[in-house]
Design a protein around this ligand. Structure first.
Ligand code: ZN
Length: 580
């Protein structure tokens, strides 16, 4: 007897044999026992998950002459004929090659007659989405009033291509991909029955490769059985499937996260020497980092990952050594590398470059952690009391104030050594200027309405309140150029987006709002505004000007300010980089 491929040999002959799809199977069996099977059923799902198998099982159950309604006997004439593929009353049509109106007309002609042997005529149309619109149209009339002796079973991998008029006349069953665990169990059962010893890891590799399709998995198993004889090792599977043993990704991930470039390149070279397809390798490595991220983010990662317990444990172990931000960074860099690979004439170099970039990127510390560290640092540091900046700068947009306005652009914190003199002059024309003040009396606010006084009068006090609670926030608030109230809004205006970037982060804004509400005893909603129009002032819109503005903005960045204040440093040079 010729060799029967596993997919045919192991095709389920009863509902209990079906792998996965429990919900659909239960519904179908209920319909059979209650004699309520719809006259048109539509099975959808990816290839190899059991669509036509279920349709044939339904055909068998409907026409079986013995047994219970939902348990085809597999012994009566009808069951045997269906299994042998020569049942007169079962019409199996491949929608891909019989898609025209003529075929449907012939079919309609055929089903007008009563079944020759069984109780029903059953029509199975596979890949039904391939039918032409005219064919669908011709079918529609039959589906509207199906003869009592006819059942239609449709199967499709592309549900969205089926006209809504057809869909609405079918009972629909969506088949899911079979789970990884179910596939592993099923393949183990087959290997045992076929008397081939397959290692657990090899079974897992096959199940993962099958991606939820029983048929795909079975044909892989076929290949491996014919390759390896009675005993199949992990290496056999890796060789046949062109896969890399997953342990290579574990080793590579560890080396990457340890920034050990030499080890990375060694591991990579080994994988290539083993004949691994490069694209496949990159994609699997990305999949591995995705798994690392998911393990970090999700409490029950196994729902999203096709992994054995052993593999999951290894991934959790690796992920424990890196922050979520680091893993995300690596994932992005590798994704970029594998995208570059697609267009590169030297894809291997593109991937190696990604390794170099990733190992150089190093560990990423989340901003929140940095800020917390900064708070800790600042707690032990006495900040120069507004030495560099006045407590409350305001913007004078009109003529220079008679009291000789003092400019506080970068000059306050930096001699911009590399700027030529001309540019320095421009810099000094920078529009942020403020009235001279003695540091004793609270500075007057421009255009502050009387109602605002409450807030403005106590602003200094509020800053102290904030400084005592969130140390880094006070110097940032000092960059505020105007404070005003409007209804329940406390409006803080800033000269540039950079000045208020940090405050605009949701967590920080929330915190600031809490401080304001508590201090002023009002239900304030804090609104941050960027007043960049004023900041750029009478910009001539030429490049030099914008470069200057950019430099100044960078110099005014709260983080830069804080850093110079903490370390008592100065800004020596500002080199605007490439815009990201
Ligand atoms: Zn039977």
């Amino acid at each position: 007897m010729s060799y029967l491929v596993l997919a045919r040999k192991w095709r389920p002959q009863t509902f209990t044999d079906v792998v996965g799809q429990q919900a659909v199977v239960r519904t179908l069996r209920n319909a059979l026992t209650r004699d309520r099977v719809a006259h048109a059923l539509l099975f959808s799902g990816v290839r190899g998950v059991g669509k036509t198998t279920l349709a044939r099982l339904m055909a068998k159950a409907l026409n079986c002459r013995q047994g219970e309604a939902d348990v085809p006997c597999n012994q009566c004439e009808s069951c045997l004929e269906i299994m042998a593929g020569n049942a007169m009353d079962l019409h199996e049509i491949d929608g891909a090659s019989n898609r025209g109106i003529q075929e449907i007309r012939e079919l309609k002609e055929n089903i007008r007659f009563f079944p020759s042997k069984g109780r029903y005529k059953i029509v199975i149309i596979d890949e039904v989405h391939m039918l032409t619109p005219e064919a669908f149209n011709a079918l529609l009339k039959t589906l509207e009033e199906p003869p009592a002796h006819v059942y239609f079973m449709f199967a499709t991998t592309e549900l969205h291509k089926i006209p809504i008029t057809i869909l609405s006349r079918c009972q629909r069953y969506e088949l899911k991909r079979v789970s990884y665990a179910e596939l592993v169990t099923f393949f183990a059962k087959i290997s045992e029955a076929e008397k081939v010893a397959v290692s657990q890891r090899a079974l897992e590799m096959i199940a993962r490769e099958a991606e939820g399709s029983v048929r795909d998995g079975l044909s892989l198993l076929d290949q491996i059985f014919s390759f390896g004889g009675d005993e199949i090792s992990d290496g056999d599977v890796a060789e046949v499937l062109g896969l890399v043993d997953r342990r290579i990704y574990e080793d590579l991930a560890r080396a990457l996260l340890a920034a050990d470039l030499a080890a990375c390149l060694d591991i990579f070279t080994c994988s290539q020497a083993a004949g691994m397809d490069l694209k496949r390798f990159a994609s699997d490595l990305l999949g591995f980092f995705r798994a690392l991220l998911i393990v970090k983010i999700k409490p029950q990662p196994e729902e999203l990952l096709d992994l054995s317990d052993q593999e999951l444990a290894a991934i959790q172990d690796i992920a424990a050594g890196a922050s979520q931000e680091t893993l995300y960074q690596y994932f992005s860099l590798l994704l970029k590398g594998s995208e570059e690979m697609q267009y590169s004439s030297r894809p291997r170099l593109a991937l190696e470059m990604a390794f170099v970039r990733a190992t150089q990127a190093g560990q990423v510390v989340p901003t929140s952690t940095l800020l917390a560290r900064l708070d800790g640092l600042l707690a032990g540091v006495v900040l120069p009391q507004s030495a560099a900046r006045p407590a409350f700068p305001s913007i004078s947009t009109a003529e220079p104030a008679p009291s000789a306005p003092r400019t506080i652009p970068l000059a306050a914190v930096s001699p911009v050594a590399t700027l030529p003199e001309e540019k320095m002059n421009n810099l000094n024309k920078a529009p942020i200027s403020l009235p001279e003040q003695d540091g004793q009396s609270p500075p007057a606010l421009t255009a502050a309405a009387p109602a605002d006084r409450e807030v403005t009068r106590h602003w200094e006090e509020f800053l102290r309140h904030v400084r005592a609670r969130k140390r880094w926030m006070a110097p940032v608030l000092q960059l505020c150029t105007m404070v005003s109230e409007k209804g329940d809004e406390l409006i803080l205006e800033f000269a540039t987006p950079f000045d208020c970037k940090l405050l605009q982060e949701p967590d920080n804004l929330k915190l600031l709002q809490q401080f304001a509400q508590k201090f002023f005893q009002r239900e304030f909603r804090v609104v941050i505004r960027e007043n960049s129009a004023q900041a750029t002032g009478e910009s001539e819109n030429n490049e030099t000007e914008s470069l200057l503005v950019e430099r100044r903005t960078l110099g005014n960045d709260p983080l830069v300010q804080m850093t110079t204040e903490i370390f008592g440093g100065q800004i020596g040079n500002i080199r605007p980089g490439l815009k990201v």
